[in-house]
Design a protein around this ligand. Sequence first.
Ligand SMILES: [Fe+2]
Ligand SMILES: [Fe+2]
Length: 281
Amino acid sequence: MSVGNPSIDQDHKIIVKLINQLHQHVGVVEDRKALGSALNTLIDYTLYHFSREERVMKACRYPLFEDHKRRHEKLIEQVVDIARRFSEKKEDTVKDEFLDFLKNWLINHILKQDMGFSPYAENNPEVLDITESLRTDSKQLKMLGADDLIPKSVNWNDAAILVVSKSRNFRNIIACILEIADVRGIQQYSHADDAMQSLESHLPNLIVYGWKQDDQEAIPFIGKLREIKGSSFAGIPVLLISAREERGAMESGLVAGATHCIEEPIGIQTFFEAAVKAINQ
Ligand SMILES: [Fe+2]
Ligand SMILES: [Fe+2]
């Protein structure tokens, strides 16, 4: 599945991973909010990827550039429409259409249409020049405006992030988002007790807690963390991501000692904005 450019190939791998994740979510009724997050994540990443791919196509003077760009616009229109209908809770229509659309997108777009520019991209010196600037860890990113997706104010590469949630889908989405930013130190726990125990040997820079409807452990976990005054982990920032339906859930999280709290569904941009806020507070 190579288009002759390592950055674009990497993007495609991430997109395939995000789509596979979405397949796992569809049908898991209780994880509707995580499905919303997975959908937003795919939209955010797709927009980012299309702009990168178009830059490469332009650099290698791909003759079908305009046509390809229009196809991207059409795909975005479709996925945004599906996401809108999903948020309006027309669930069943969304499920079937969504899976068909994703399958179609994968097979037709990445495997066929994107392959069209590989002869132009391969071994093209003009493309190699911009390949370096497309890497997510590149210092040139700022110049190219990719900051919109991954904020550079945090050294994500060296960050240690602990993800706690009863929902495996939620943990997978966060891991996927963190991998996009090249975070290497990701630890995941489904039980708050195990997460608490892990702190004794390993201090993270941030705890991301996915607070699901059936989870009674979040508030005691945060409370316990803050109670142990003078301990090295009392000051670890906690980003609480709430999927709770009841009113006042976010406030109770903040009262217990969460550093910052947002509601699910999240996307790549909303996640990083909130993570930076929690880390810098
Ligand atoms: Fe692509
Ligand atoms: Fe494309």
